[in-house]
Design a protein around this ligand. Structure first.
Ligand SMILES: [Zn+2]
Length: 274
């Protein structure tokens, strides 16, 4: 993962996405118009920030990638595992105060070139997918609930059903999220984790001084689910960045408290016809 400076906006990128085929990046807190706790590139519209600043921030981030608000789609993220397909006509949904409103779901898939898919996070795991064989992409949001419920697997399955994507050909990036260094959880998280992802439990959690609390590595949990879904280990790139350890660079609700801004992860099939 590298830091780059297209159009003077600091963003994070992954090496495994071929930039001649796909557009993608993860935004940081830097280069935006928001102030106070939202300083400065907050992309979240529902966190209490000044709305014109959020739209300005979204437009700046997308412009640095050659995308626009009307050419991008976002969701009302609800910590579920529903996957929805974005069509050309969905451009602008969740990005602009337009009708119809965004879908309540946590993953977007598309085969439309030039259509950006955006997910927002502030400790939760953003996931980006690319199928070079069928020219399809996906963006998903997986907090602990989505990770425990298998958001990554559901996204791989949806791409397979809709586009014929083969897991062995898919590339997936696990974005910056709260790390195992900082994410202490207790029973309400550990019980469903043990019940639904028990085979990974010992590899994604570590003990703390308190027997009823453990440290949870959400990024590792998503990597293991992707490998279990059939992705090659060398087709998965995991950001080393912990949001809480890097709260000056990325929004971390655990570290910064509420209100808290949101950074974004976006991906689009590069429109090579233009
Ligand atoms: Zn950390």
């Amino acid at each position: 993962m590298d830091s780059q400076h297209p159009a003077q906006l600091p963003v994070l990128t992954f090496d495994l996405f071929d930039s001649t085929q796909v557009i993608h990046s993860v935004s940081t807190r830097r280069g935006g118009a928001s102030t106070g706790p939202f300083s400065s590139l907050n992309l979240g519209i529902k966190v209490g920030d000044h709305q014109p600043a959020v739209y300005e921030n979204r437009a700046r981030f997308l412009a640095s990638l050659g995308l626009t608000l009307p050419s991008t789609v976002a969701l009302t993220q609800v910590h579920g595992t529903r996957v929805v397909e974005a069509a050309r006509a969905d451009g602008g949904r969740g990005m602009l105060p337009t009708v119809p409103p965004p879908e309540a779901a946590d993953a977007l898939i598309t085969g439309v070139p030039g259509l950006g898919l955006l997910v927002l996070a502030a400790d939760c795991v953003p996931l980006l997918f690319w199928d070079p064989e069928h020219r399809a992409v996906a963006a998903a949001h997986a907090g602990w609930r989505g990770s425990v419920a298998g958001m990554a697997r559901h996204t791989v399955a949806a791409m397979g059903e809709r586009y014929g994507s083969r897991p062995a050909q898919l590339r997936a990036a696990v974005g910056p999220a709260i790390g195992g260094c900082c994410y202490e959880v207790d029973g309400p998280v550990l019980a469903p984790l043990l019940r639904d992802q028990g085979r990974f439990f010992d590899r994604v959690t570590t003990a703390t001084a308190q027997p009823d609390r453990r440290m949870l590595d959400l990024k590792a949990l998503n990597r293991m689910q992707l490998e279990a879904a059939g992705l090659r280990a060398d087709h998965i790139e995991v950001s080393p960045l912990c949001t809480a350890c890097n709260a000056d660079l990325l929004y971390s609700e655990r570290r910064l408290g509420r209100p808290c801004g949101r950074f974004g992860a976006v991906i689009a099939i590069r429109d090579t016809a233009r």
